[in-house]
Design a protein around this ligand. Sequence first.
Ligand code: FES
Length: 677
Amino acid sequence: MSEALVIFTPSGKRGRVPLGTPVLTAARQLGVDLDSVCGGRGICSKCQVSPGLGEFAKHGVTVAPDALSAWNAVEQRYKDKRGMLDGRRLGCQARIMGDVVIDVPPESQLHRQVVRKAASARRIAMDPATRLFFVEVAQPDMHEPSGDLERLADALRDQWQVDPLIAGPHALRKLQPALRKGNWGVSVAVYRDHTGGPWRLLDIWPGLYEGGLYGLAIDLGSTTIAAHLTDLTDGRVIAAGGIMNPQIRFGEDLMSRVSYAMMNPGGDTEMTATVRQALDALTHSVSVEAGIDPSLILEVVVVCNPVMHHLFLGIDPVELGQAPFALATSSSLALPARDLGLTTINPEARLYTLPCIAGHVGADAAAVALSEAPHLSDDLVLVVDVGTNAEILLGNCDRVLACSSPTGPAFEGAQISSGQRAAPGAIERLEIDPETKEPRFKVIGCDLWSDDPGFAEATEKLGVTGICGSGIIEAVAEMRMAGIVDGAGLIGGAEQTGTARCIPEGRTHAYLIHDATAQGGPRITVTQGDIRAIQLAKSALYAGARLLMDELGVDRVDRVVLAGAFGAHISSKHAMVLGMIPDCHLDKVSSAGNAAGTGARLALCNIAARAGIEREVKRIHKVETAIEPRFQEHFVNASAMPHAIDPFPELAKIVTLPQVSHNTGGGEGAGRRRRAR
Ligand code: FES
């Protein structure tokens, strides 16, 4: 017998190889995904495999104890020094001597799967733009003069088929000391994205580098900025952090920031510097949290709306403030991160921005499309990414439409009298008894309801500090279900509602949730102004969705996906009572969490995902809400809760909304309706 049958699991790939072939070589020949950084030198241990023994009826083979060459000194040395699980072998050392079944454990798979939430239909394999290789480089020779970089390039070409190679100044500066310190053996981090082109040397270490390589996925929102520090070898998120976008001081919403840039010479550069500093600070803090050196961050992927996109890149957003809303560029960009003011990460780090869909529909919507893949859906799915600007996608595998709608920051707890960020002490859940009209609530950081025994003690330190985005949605919806608020959005007085918690506030009323003023704490109410802010936000959201439904010629959607930083916390029932989303069976409403952030992470981990979304974005049909006359009509009708004319049959099956009116004629409600027009 001069050949043996080798079967790799879990891939099931099989083939015959000459006796004596190293497992790593066989894996490569058969296209099996087995990692290696050192190229088979027995020093990186990335190639670990688990050979099976005995009978494998499924594969029709019996594996003899000597199917692999004997355990060798290189493996023993590695095991003594670093430890290795019993039964494991180094794929580059073990040779195939007989028919064998070999399992490649997940951590030895170069293109291992990124773990995604169970509900996700899709999985994605690791295939990042940045890779680590160990190479042995020829020493300089006076008789054949050549540069160290050229010899490194030759070695990478010969040993790893990495060719051609280019290097920036910072990497070049480290090259010569690293080669000499490593005795001409070095580890290099090289980058090549989906567009092809040369490999770019990002960093270099003497000898075998065993530290991590990291990437940062950033969702740069108008109100909040979220960052996920991700291990570029296995896609794990090792730290996550978020901060408020400090540009808020120039304007709460995007258009006010565009106006700031228009009215104040240099205003755009001021906002650019502010957001870049914030990103730098956030990068630093997530690195500290993860306990890593930020210079090991070699890639950044940023997703954001068009205005943030321009401001971050240092482009005046003035054109985005007026029709036809022309972007400076809608294409994806791959740039040196240092050019964008990210000073704490590796000086050679690369930054990628996803493509924008249109002047009002940005790279964040593209990231949501990448994460939720409406273009792969058989049924008609509505994806709404709830934030200061709602990104809305509607479609299926035939066609996908997108728009963006200016909801304002109310859903994030801003512009709400007792509103606050989702932080410990914030009310996140709320129920109102329909009979007594008494509220009970839960705050972030405590599992008890406010009427549970021990709540006061449990929250003594936290306090009850305000209402976060998901809390205000529940509060307003519960007020509507209890008849405290009528369909037009008016809060009734104590007599109309039958509860002394409805207290006068100027010409309107407010509903008292919690009063801790006696203890020096806050008095938490939902005011008429809060209801109005929520109505404006939800009307904008619904009107955007409705516009896309018009465009497709449908009255119903099969499924709704709620995304956004707090999308995961929104109760679908309450969202529907408010009329934030079109009527749909509640079982068909799901939460996707921060889908834009997930899309950024997918683009960070897989270059094919970048290529895929760049193709898909060109096929997405965009609808401009700002110039669409029907938007205003939909907006006005959507001001009622849940809606002035659209039916909500699925909602009606589970909730009966009181048919009350708190309008005593001529008051606040009438004024509001006039303004809405
Ligand atoms: S390939 Fe590096 S130890 Fe086997």
